[in-house]
Design a protein around this ligand. Structure first.
Ligand code: ATP
Ligand code: MG
Length: 264
């Protein structure tokens, strides 16, 4: 099962993914995390690693080589969704060379790549690497992949979600976030993936919960679960601490149970 976590910028995608990664690991799953966000660079800390692995972009030969490959394939009339840019097809994350994956306690991390230089060009090469990797990997029954996406919906245009089995939205208590959740639901269905619903994050009061729940209900968007605003989570992010202790939380355990029920 390959699950994309999507939502508006700053709504809590990476935090929720990290909490779920710990919780799913405790429930006996082997969890592969793919960090496909080309900007932010803190996920490895949130899930307890001292350093990230080398990027899949490096595995593909580097960004300029991937872009060159894409240009030559475009000129031959190949469409992006079918375009192969990796050096070799990886059918299981475990077959990546050691330097491209770090693992501990049933949790593994891979990283697509980060933007490093001014004027290095658009991030489409990153999208292509992520799409191809997600599309070709298949997992065993006791394994799952959580894919952290960059803010917004550009990755849908790159076809990343088409290779995933399902997309879970994250919504914070704002109208923009709720509105984007509707777009994410529609794009997910158009991609051919499942949309089990959204996780509502950073809830501060019963009243907020009621308003968000009402809006999502009216939009026909199922809620998988709610996560309260947790000051300790924000502090952990500020200090670069792993979120393992915070993941031992009733709301997260409930959401994990729902995901295991609806996605397996
Ligand atoms: N439930 C929560 N309670 C308190 N703070 C939270 C909660 N969830 C996320 N945060 C904080 O909100 C900020 C954004 O969280 P996070 O980086 O997980 O969001 P994101 O959606 O991945 O952002 P981006 O779009 O930039 O990738 C961080 O400072 C994080 O600590
Ligand atoms: Mg993030």
């Amino acid at each position: 099962m390959k699950i994309c976590i999507c939502g508006k910028g700053g709504c809590g995608k990476s935090s929720i993914l990290s909490l779920l990664a710990y919780s799913l690991t405790r429930s006996g799953k082997k969890v592969y995390v793919l960090d496909s966000d080309e900007s932010n660079n803190n996920l490895f800390r949130m899930i307890g690693f001292d350093y990230p692995p080398q990027s899949l972009m490096d595995f593909a030969g580097g960004k300029s080589q991937v872009k060159q490959k894409m240009r030559s394939r475009f000129s031959k009339g190949e469409g992006e969704p079918d375009m192969a840019v990796l050096k070799e097809t990886i059918t299981h994350p475990g077959s990546l060379p050691d330097e491209y994956i770090v693992s501990h306690n049933g949790l593994s991390l891979m990283v697509t790549g980060k933007i490093q230089h001014a004027l290095e060009g658009c991030a489409c090469a990153m999208g292509s690497v992520t799409r191809e990797f997600v599309k070709h990997t298949s997992l065993n029954a006791d394994e799952l992949m959580l894919i952290d996406t960059e803010a917004g919906i550009e990755h849908f245009g790159r076809g990343v979600e088409a290779g995933a089995d399902c997309v879970i939205g994250v919504v914070e208590p704002s109208l923009e976030s709720i509105s984007l959740a509707k777009t994410i639901r529609n794009l997910t269905i158009a991609s051919g993936s499942e949309f089990p619903g959204v996780i509502v994050n950073k809830i501060n009061s019963g009243q907020q919960k009621e308003i968000v729940a009402g809006n999502l209900h009216n939009a026909g968007i199922p809620v998988i679960g709610y996560l309260s605003y947790i000051l300790g989570l924000q502090d952990a992010g500020l200090n670069g601490f792993a979120l393992s202790d915070i993941s031992r939380n009733d709301e997260i355990e409930y959401i994990t149970g729902k995901i295991l029920q609806s996605c397996f």
